[in-house]
Design a protein around this ligand. Structure first.
Ligand SMILES: Cc1cc2nc3c(=O)[nH]c(=O)nc-3n(C[C@H](O)[C@H](O)[C@H](O)COP(=O)(O)OP(=O)(O)OC[C@H]3O[C@@H](n4cnc5c(N)ncnc54)[C@H](O)[C@@H]3O)c2cc1C
Length: 452
């Protein structure tokens, strides 16, 4: 064993192989605190060549690797399950090329954070199409590996839609690199998209080429109170047909608002409480405030609304939605499920959730919020204790009964591997296993992730 650690030290330098338990600790537990495991060592290569040498050394020693980016993933995919893995951290792969304004593309190292990519694109008068609350720590490599979504999917799609190329190290240590950023390329299997959402089970992503979007100079945000989930859907339908500048539409409920307000010491947004809230953002070349106000005054579902056009006011309204994850985590270790159903099934699902969770864990409470445009709900169960598996089973079965996906955003990871069959047919799982077996016959990359 120490032979492997010595070999890794030769590859990346002794300072970047962490064996001391105190130094490893931050890498070994996930963001929620629910998933934890010990790694043999944490290795932190600086570039693709070093990643390839690390993977080759582990392959030769027959030692599995757990792949990790910013460790903001919420399904335990980036932390080791047992004690034997080498934990491969990609956070030193921070090279960021100049923005190409003609292609409106840029190449970023896997360890570049979303926040840094956004700042880099904005300095060049462009923007990146995916945004999410973990932006200061989530890495571009991790976001590709999970096909991350977030608050702008409604307008620009998930990570998959942003990608024009990828560089990755395969489990045998060989490197595939397609970073020309071609707008059209029909030469066989699309490896870029195959690796997107593969959760570190097929290859280690080292660099990506992404497209950038226009940076709208004008924005307006509304926090809207509606009388129920059906009302939120009516607002979505109205916004889709009438608000050309629609950029985001997010959903949360009264219990989530109470938690967020207590956590962040935030004032009440309205003089009275409402059951359901929606954040609507519009962004465009000209100020969309009037269009947003017109939409709100014409939509019968709207009970109350407050609108902000200045940066501070917009941030204040977004905070009610964006601090949900943080506030929930501060209240305890949550069982987190990210699910998606056809929009018309959403009200029924929200209504059925409390009873299903109570049957599995009577003491638990459920906080729900989500990305309304995609029917994507984050179901957070606090106080499930040792009933987390039963809660997961109950919620995911409700979702499957409604033709939904058991993972609409965070991936399957270790948390939901057992339930993959609820969303994927046996033939699909067999095809996925065949791909895994072809690229990683020894099962070295992220064992226990995605497949049960
Ligand atoms: C406050 C908060 C808000 C969030 N909001 C959203 C949201 O709106 N939408 C959303 O989609 N997610 C959200 N997430 C989840 C998380 O931020 C995303 O899943 C993100 O993509 C993870 O990136 P990461 O760099 O932290 O990856 P990690 O957590 O380190 O890893 C995630 C998975 O990707 C694999 N992986 C990481 N890097 C690589 C690589 N270079 N090559 C191959 N595999 C790799 C890991 O093995 C693991 O399976 C949120 C998380 C938090 C804490």
């Amino acid at each position: 064993m120490s032979d492997l650690v010595e070999r890794l030290r030769e590859v990346v330098g002794a300072a970047f192989v962490l064996t001391d338990p105190d130094l490893r600790a931050g890498y070994e537990t996930d963001w929620t605190g629910r998933f934890t495991g010990a790694a043999r060592c944490v290795v932190r290569p600086a570039d693709t060549a070093e990643v390839a040498a690390v993977v080759r050394a582990c392959a030769e020693a027959g030692v599995p690797l757990t792949v990790q980016g910013g460790n903001t993933g919420l399904v335990g995919g980036g932390v080791p399950a047992g004690t034997g893995d080498v934990l491969l951290s990609l956070t030193r792969l921070t090279a960021l090329d100049d923005v190409d304004p003609v292609e409106a593309q840029v190449t970023a190292g896997a360890g570049v954070t979303l926040e840094r990519l956004q700042a880099h694109a904005r300095a060049a008068g462009l923007d990146f199409g995916v945004d999410l609350a973990a932006r200061s720590a989530a890495t571009i490599g991790g976001m590709v590996a999970t096909n991350a979504g977030g608050i702008r999917v409604l307008r620009y799609g998930s990570m998959r839609e942003q990608l024009t190329g990828i560089e990755a190290v395969l489990p045998d240590g060989s490197v595939v690199s397609r970073l020309a950023g071609l707008a059209k390329d029909n030469t066989g299997y699309d490896l870029t998209h195959l690796l997107t959402g593969s959760e570190g089970t097929l290859a280690v992503i080292t660099r990506v080429r992404v497209r950038l979007v226009p940076l709208p100079p004008a924005r307006a945000v509304a926090l809207v109170a509606v009388d129920g989930t059906e009302g939120a859907l009516s607002l979505l339908a109205a916004a889709r047909s009438r608000l050309a500048a629609l950029a985001a539409l997010e959903l949360f409920y009264a219990d989530g608002l109470a938690l967020v307000r207590a956590h962040g010491n935030l004032s009440a947004p309205f003089a009275q409480e409402y059951p359901v809230y929606v954040v609507v953002e519009a962004a465009g070349a000209t100020d969309p405030t009037d269009d947003l106000l017109e939409l709100l005054s014409d939509c019968d579902a709207v009970q109350d609304a407050t609108v902000a056009s200045d940066a501070a006011g917009r941030a204040r309204l977004w905070a009610y939605r964006e601090t949900h994850t943080e506030a929930i985590n501060a209240a305890g270790v949550p069982t987190k499920l990210d699910v998606c159903v056809p929009l018309r099934e959403l009200p029924g699902l929200v209504e059925a959730l409390p009873a299903a969770v109570a049957a599995a864990a009577p003491e638990a409470r459920t906080i729900v919020f989500g990305h309304l445009g995609e029917g994507n709900l984050h179901v957070n169960v606090l106080g499930a204790g040792d009933r987390a598996e039963e809660v997961t089973d109950a919620v995911l079965k409700l979702v499957a009964d409604r033709r939904g996906s058991i993972s609409s955003e965070h991936g399957v990871g270790r948390a939901k591997a057992r339930w993959l069959g609820l969303s994927r047919a046996p033939q699909e799982i067999a095809a996925m296993r065949a791909i895994k077996g072809a690229l990683d016959p020894a099962g070295l990359l992220n064992p226990g992730v995605l497949f049960p």
